[in-house]
Write a protein that binds this ligand. Structure first.
Ligand SMILES: N[C@@H](CCC(=O)N[C@@H](CS)C(=O)NCC(=O)O)C(=O)O
Length: 217
């Protein structure tokens, strides 16, 4: 199988995606916790372009970018497939993963972490994006059907990290009233042991965010 290492950061939803995927595959791995204020030489060597975690190192080969890492993990270890094999469904999962990373995530950051007009404009945009996702998940247990897969792992940021940020920054974005289907999916996802056992400790994460955003709350 070869040695498997994850260069990560316990707070990061991107790192946790990789860990959840490896756990689903039953792969033993070592986590190398990075200090993002003082990145290790190894991290900069493995990811000289983006200089970001997560990096998966398999048999000495670095793979960067969490979405690509999930695909790599799925191709190398076949048990518990993450992506559908059907080409249309696979394209669908990849499309929505990009939607989450390219549209929702940056808009969440602006909506929650800025103030005034900038925040209000981003909040409006975020509600449009979340409505699109709400319609996509309506009537489904998970994005891919009855079992958790690639897209659920990618979207775990919406189930866990966004609610924590909302709590600390006192901005209500995702509520049961506005997004009942996203909230149902969140409950299903967080009830999966492979997910809930591999998330950051909630109190520790809230404390981290409170310290980080102390001047904003
Ligand atoms: N697109 C990347 C995003 C990863 C990312 O943003 N990582 C953050 C931590 S959550 C990071 O390493 N930040 C360090 C920096 O920007 O200097 C992925 O999916 O892996």
């Amino acid at each position: 199988m070869g040695k498997v290492q994850v260069y990560g950061f316990w707070v990061s939803p991107y790192s946790k995606r990789v860990e959840i995927a490896l756990k689903m595959k039953g792969i033993d791995y070592e986590v190398i916790e990075e200090d993002l204020q003082n990145k290790s030489e190894q991290l900069l060597k493995y990811n000289p372009v983006h200089k970001k975690i997560p990096v998966l190192v398999h048999d000495g080969n670095p793979i960067v970018e969490s979405l690509l890492i999930l695909e790599y993990v799925d191709e190398v270890w076949k048990t518990n497939p993450l992506l559908p094999t059907n080409p249309y469904q696979k394209a669908y999962a990849r499309f929505w993963a990009r939607f989450i990373d390219d549209k929702i995530t940056p808009t969440v950051k602006t909506a929650l972490m800025t103030e005034g007009e900038e925040s209000e404009k981003a909040l409006e945009e975020l509600h449009e994006l979340l409505n699109i996702l709400e319609n996509e998940i309506k009537g489904k247990k998970f994005f891919g059907g009855e079992n958790i897969g690639y897209l659920d792992i990618v979207a775990s940021m919406i189930a866990f990290w966004i609610p924590c940020l909302q709590e600390v920054l006192h901005k209500e974005v995702i509520t049961k009233e506005k997004y009942p289907s996203i909230c149902n999916w969140t409950n299903e996802l967080l009830a999966c042991s492979v997910v809930n056992q591999n998330l950051p400790n909630k109190e520790k994460l809230l404390a981290f965010y409170r310290a980080r955003f102390a001047n904003k709350s």
